[in-house]
Design a binder for this molecule. Structure first.
Ligand SMILES: Nc1ncnc2c1ncn2[C@@H]1O[C@H](COP(=O)(O)OP(=O)(O)OP(=O)(O)O)[C@@H](O)[C@H]1O
Ligand SMILES: [Mg+2]
Length: 401
């Protein structure tokens, strides 16, 4: 039997579609390559879980590496500061790429390392043992600008295109404490605000910085950034939506084709209809159908394989949905149930409240909390929808608990 080429939850073996988004991101990087200047203000890719943000950025980052960028990949962590980790990753990316060329650059990086508290021994020598408790308190705006100036120009001096920084899960550091308390972690907030301010200053002097910064996060990322720093609103946002039918088909067909396996037309139609444009579901369905078919070279995946694997798909999607359901409070579950039972994908807040027997204003806290958990999103004025296809059916099927 051939290895299963589908990758639920992982990086796709064959990246499909997203041509406009890829082109837009690459155009920005082209500016760095051609002029050695900053690619513009922060660009973020946003969308619900499983829509393909990380996969898109991985694809763009790979191409950037081929084009001569040194890539720094960092992912935000829930309510954690970001600067120290980022500085550490910048340094190790430069070391790996062997661009810390002159003794002067090495010395500068050592100094900056101390500023960012990299390496406990040097930190304690400078700030005393307590310093690490508040890891990035001593870091100032100019330190970030210095770090990125030195790093991006070191790459350029060695003949590279520049530095690409990818910040995945950018919403996570700014996650609110809870639905009723919107305040982010103070240290995380300060770090993100410093970063945003640094990007803004750098963009104003863009010819000094051969650098691009691209982020990704859940749909609320831009408003979180705007709350953290007034410049946040200048962030350029690319919103990912579900895949169209042709692209959905290709997500299933291409990985199989490369192994000499074909999907029957009826099998493809059923699988694509089931996934409803949701990339994560396509990978789950592909993997399950493959396990059932166990094709060899020249083999096929048939409608019967798709049908016979459908319980497995339900189980896997259900456990994904269940993880979200489990983090919801009782009141939030009532809200989700009301939403799921109402007609249509987009439901008015007023109708939800009526169905729950509460006033519209009473939904505020639960609504905000479900948005920050990535389960629902605003859809036009006064309306909401579930972020992921199939979640409404999952909620309806649960019955009461
Ligand atoms: N363009 C694509 N082509 C093929 N498969 C894709 C594509 N985009 C996403 N996928 C698949 O969909 C799933 C989810 O993708 P990914 O992890 O990139 O989403 P995400 O938006 O980063 O999700 P999260 O918010 O949970 O981090 C993965 O299994 C991935 O393989
Ligand atoms: Mg991701």
């Amino acid at each position: 039997m051939l290895p299963n080429p589908y990758t639920p939850g992982g990086r796709p073996r064959v990246f499909v579609g997203r041509d406009d988004e890829r082109r837009a991101l690459r155009d920005r990087l082209a500016r760095v390559i051609a002029f050695g200047e900053m690619a513009g203000p922060l660009t973020i890719v946003t969308g619900p879980r499983g829509l393909g943000k990380t996969s898109l950025l991985r694809d763009v980052a790979d191409q950037a590496a081929v084009d001569g960028f040194v890539v720094v990949w960092a992912a935000g962590v829930k309510r954690q500061p970001v600067l120290r980790d980022l500085a550490m990753k910048v340094r190790s990316a430069l070391e790996r790429a062997d661009v810390l060329d002159s003794p002067h650059t090495r010395q500068r990086f050592k100094e900056l390392g101390v500023r960012f508290h990299l390496g406990v021994a040097s930190v304690e020598a400078k700030f005393g043992p307590a310093a690490d408790a508040d890891a990035s308190a001593a870091v100032a705006l100019t330190d970030i600008e210095d770090l990125l100036f030195e790093a991006s120009n070191a790459v350029r001096r060695r003949g590279g295109a520049g530095l690409l920084i990818v910040l995945d899960e950018l919403h996570a550091p700014l996650d609110p404490r809870s639905g009723s308390d919107h305040s982010p972690d103070p240290a995380a907030l300060r770090d993100v605000a410093l970063l945003m301010n640094a990007f803004q200053n750098m963009d104003a002097e863009r010819e000094r910085f051969p650098l691009a910064v691209v982020g990704a996060g859940l749909p609320q990322t831009k408003s979180l950034l705007t709350r953290a720093a007034t410049f946040g609103e200048r962030t350029h946002e690319t919103i990912l939506s579900e895949l169209d039918e042709n692209t959905s088909q290709a997500v299933l067909v291409e990985p199989a084709r490369q192994l000499g396996v074909t999907w029957r037309d009826e099998a493809i139609s059923a699988a694509v209809a089931r996934a409803d444009g949701y990339p994560q579901a396509l990978q789950v369905i592909g993997a399950a159908a493959w396990e059932t078919a166990r094709p060899g070279t020249g083999g096929e995946i048939t409608l019967s394989d798709v049908e016979r694997s459908s319980a497995e798909v339900d189980a896997q999607m259900g456990s994904m949905f269940g993880a979200r359901w489990d983090v919801a409070t009782g009141y939030e579950r009532r809200l989700m149930r009301a939403m799921a039972e109402l007609e249509g994908d987009i439901v008015a807040r007023r109708d939800i409240a009526e169905r729950m027997g509460v006033r519209s204003g009473d939904l505020g806290v639960a609504r905000a909390s479900l948005i920050s958990k990535g389960i629902i999103e605003p859809a036009g004025h006064g309306s909401l929808r579930f972020t992921i296809p199939g979640f409404d059916a999952f909620v309806r099927d649960r019955g009461d608990d």
